[in-house]
Design a protein around this ligand. Structure first.
Ligand SMILES: [Zn+2]
Ligand SMILES: [Zn+2]
Ligand SMILES: [Zn+2]
Ligand SMILES: [Zn+2]
Length: 305
């Protein structure tokens, strides 16, 4: 189902632009030994490319860097532990039986090295065995596509994903920090066919995803609206937002903090971190004969001082 279908009223307000260069860099992990070798992966730190050591640490089967335990065959051919469990105990290089021989010398060489992070915007250098963990949590690693309606495998930085949402998912893009959005659905009794919509807001020079979706809370059909921030969690916490829904002098107000898109939409939904509207109340707010959902959700995003 295509997102949108809402009627929009834009209210433009001027806010100071969010400066993007005051972000604190994560602390560089200090190593215990004073002088270390750096395995140059692409010479991005201007260090000499130590090709021979690097080659020794690359698994001949999967071509990734090897981590402890590193195994070897009786002839000395090395293999990573993941691949070892896949090759049925037969050395892929010489076909000899692998057995269970650790290559402790190479493991120790690796422990004495430091590596630059593989993400181009990250300037951190880490001890060899800490790098994998760092790269899994590096704030410069790509984001997953925030689109909720399908399993989308596209990843990238925020600008790439904004373009992707617009071009490939036809998501509505809006400028401004206040919004007034109408959600209309002709048959609101089909909650199982998860109704969901996504709108992207540009404000303070950053992007926010407004999610609206139907789901089953226990046995009760409900709707939820929440905001996700296209960036890291520590930046998301600098913003707040409100959402309001109602009619005829009644309303429910939610005030919250946007979640980072590092948290998938399902996780946010299942933690109930948003404006939850029971379906009966949503139909009451819609007026009429309860056959059509007509919700007006207004909201505002602001930056905390
Ligand atoms: Zn391997
Ligand atoms: Zn071998
Ligand atoms: Zn990094
Ligand atoms: Zn996508």
């Amino acid at each position: 189902m295509a997102p949108g279908g809402g009627v929009w009223k834009e209210v433009f307000e001027s806010y100071p632009k969010f400066a993007n260069h005051d972000i604190a860099m994560p602390k560089l992990e200090k190593s215990t030994t004073p002088v270390k070798n750096i395995v140059g992966v692409g010479e991005k730190h201007g260090m000499p490319l130590s090709n021979s050591v690097h080659e020794l640490l690359v698994c001949p089967v999967c071509s990734s860097l090897m981590y402890r335990p590193i195994h070897q065959c009786p002839n000395g051919h090395t293999i990573c532990s993941d691949c070892k469990s896949r090759v049925h105990n037969c050395c892929p290089t010489c076909r000899l039986e692998l057995g269970n021989i650790r290559c402790l010398a190479l493991e120790k060489v690796a422990a004495s090295l430091e590596l630059p992070c593989k993400y181009p915007n990250c300037h951190d250098i880490f001890p060899y065995y800490s790098m994998l963990k760092h790269e899994q949590n590096c704030r410069f690693r790509p984001y997953n596509c925030p689109y909720a309606g399908s399993e989308c495998s596209v990843t990238g930085d925020v600008q790439t994903l904004v373009r992707h949402l617009k071009d490939d998912h036809k998501v509505d893009m809006h400028d401004g920090c206040t919004f007034n959005h109408r959600y209309v659905k002709s048959n609101p009794h089909e909650v199982e066919n998860a109704t969901w919509m996504l709108t992207v807001f540009n404000c303070f020079g950053r992007q926010f995803c407004l999610h609206f979706e139907a789901f089953q809370l226990g046995i009760a059909p409900v709707y939820i609206a929440f905001l996700r921030f296209m960036g890291e969690d520590f930046e998301a916490k600098k913003f707040s937002y409100t959402l309001e829904v109602g009619s005829d002098g009644r309303k429910i107000i939610w005030q919250g903090v946007p979640r980072s898109i590092r948290d998938c939409h399902r996780k946010v939904r299942d933690s109930h971190d948003g404006l939850i509207i029971p379906r009966n109340m949503a139909l009451f707010f819609s007026g009429g004969d309860r056959q059509e959902l007509k919700l007006r959700i207004t909201g505002r995003i602001w930056k905390e001082k």
